[in-house]
Design a protein around this ligand. Sequence first.
Ligand SMILES: Nc1ncnc2c1ncn2[C@@H]1O[C@H](COP(=O)(O)O)[C@@H](OP(=O)(O)O)[C@H]1O
Ligand SMILES: [Mg+2]
Length: 277
Amino acid sequence: MFHIDRSEPDALAAFLGAIAVAAGAAIVAATKPGLHVSTKDDGSPCTAADEAAEAAIVAALRQGAPDCAIVSEESAEAGAPLTTSFFVVDPLDGTRDFIAGETDFSVNIAAVRNGRPIAGAVFMPRLGQLYVGGTRAYVVAVAAGGSLPDKALWQPITTRGAPAEGLVALASRRHGDAESEALLARLPVRVVERRASALKFCLVASGQADIYPRFGPTKEWDTAAGEAILAAAGGRVVAPDGSPFTYGHAERAFLNGAFIAFGDPALAPDVLQPTAR
Ligand SMILES: Nc1ncnc2c1ncn2[C@@H]1O[C@H](COP(=O)(O)O)[C@@H](OP(=O)(O)O)[C@H]1O
Ligand SMILES: [Mg+2]
């Protein structure tokens, strides 16, 4: 049995990783021609794949960690503050890209302890890539619904130092915003790659990119797992004033403020607001 307040972060991350890979199979199984797309109250799409993955994840979390609260994208409601330790789930992050047949979509599951993410898993079903982070961060090649290989075969990942030839920056493919573009315009950026879902955090965590600023809106389930992985790999996710991100804000419907995710902590003086330096 797992408990967020008592289990080791790496053990929690492996638990979440196995659940994310199994949820990937639910997504693949639900992916059929003519997949029904409904529109949620906020105008964003939801499919049978989102719902099947959420049901699989919630059932597995309840079985493995029965005493822990769960916040999940498709069932979260604004209201009373939660306990400060809970699982946060996005069963299908990047739904628009999923519907468009792209590879950039992910299953995100994180464990939040005292308002901070301590373990996370991000799985890309169509890429067959699982990223996990607890105390350390790893990438694992595994097909949707497959068995996780022995931990000795997991590849440890770390962020990279900012390259002298310029930064590789990441931005949302479908939800760009002017403030993020303005920040990147002030930095020595070599290329801006537009990608979807929490895969962006994983690309920074594994040293394939350097910075991902996001001033436009996101929800806690979009960032918690990615933050856990990036932090375990040596990077940071902070508000533009340098303050840490906290989770469990039911009173604002789990809406995040702006953040800057970056791999090399030495970038802080360049990317954060002057008062935060
Ligand atoms: N106006 C808005 N308010 C809140 N969250 C938003 C939003 N526009 C986009 N998002 C979040 O951004 C996520 C997609 O990120 P990206 O653009 O990097 O792929 C969406 O995830 P879902 O696809 O799970 O709904 C959604 O949660
Ligand atoms: Mg999402």
